[in-house]
Design a protein around this ligand. Structure first.
Ligand SMILES: C[S@@+](CC[C@H](N)C(=O)[O-])C[C@H]1O[C@@H](n2cnc3c(N)ncnc32)[C@H](O)[C@@H]1O
Length: 143
């Protein structure tokens, strides 16, 4: 481990992993990167204090399955963060271009509660000049 955190990340795309490595190294992190599917994470149960996914769940046919897998690898008391495209004009453009779908705040909150997570919160996020195109969610796995 180099730096203040032991950082593990996955993506199905080797190109995205290469980009992620470059960005994280620039930030002083020494990430462990693996090509893997979020539906079958290559980690043991209860491995991490924090688990996050940014703009991944809205690409999947069954986002709740991915969330369940993320919760599996989260320690009790650990925090999950999600960032997803929310319904908006810019969000609609993203959906058309990348065939993703937008997730309302009510849907995101319902998923987090359905995954037995507690202390659920959310905050719309501004993306550059695109306005409030995303929502960040957070929640905690109960102890
Ligand atoms: C919009 S990009 C977001 C990339 C990065 N998380 C970020 O915020 O910059 C969506 C990413 O989800 C990845 N992805 C799609 N389906 C996946 C899956 N089943 N498991 C893991 N990654 C997946 C894609 O390869 C792509 O890199």
């Amino acid at each position: 481990m180099k730096g203040p955190v032991d950082f593990h990340a996955i993506d199905t795309s080797t190109e995205m992993l290469a980009q992620a490595k470059s960005v994280m190294q620039h930030a002083g992190l020494d990430p462990h990167l693996q090509q893997a599917d979020v539906l079958s994470l290559p980690y043991k149960d209860q491995s991490f204090d924090v688990v996050m996914a940014a703009h991944v769940l809205e690409h999947l046919p069954d986002p709740q399955r991915a969330l369940a897998e993320m919760v599996r690898v989260l320690k009790p008391g650990g925090t999950v963060f999600l960032c997803v495209t929310r319904p908006s004009l810019f969000g609609a453009l993203i959906q058309l271009l990348w065939r993703t779908w937008a997730i309302t705040e009510q849907e995101g909150i319902a998923w987090l509660h359905a995954s037995q997570l507690v202390d659920v919160g959310y905050q719309p996020v501004r993306l550059g000049s695109a306005g409030l195109a995303s929502t960040a969610f957070w929640a905690r796995r109960s102890r």
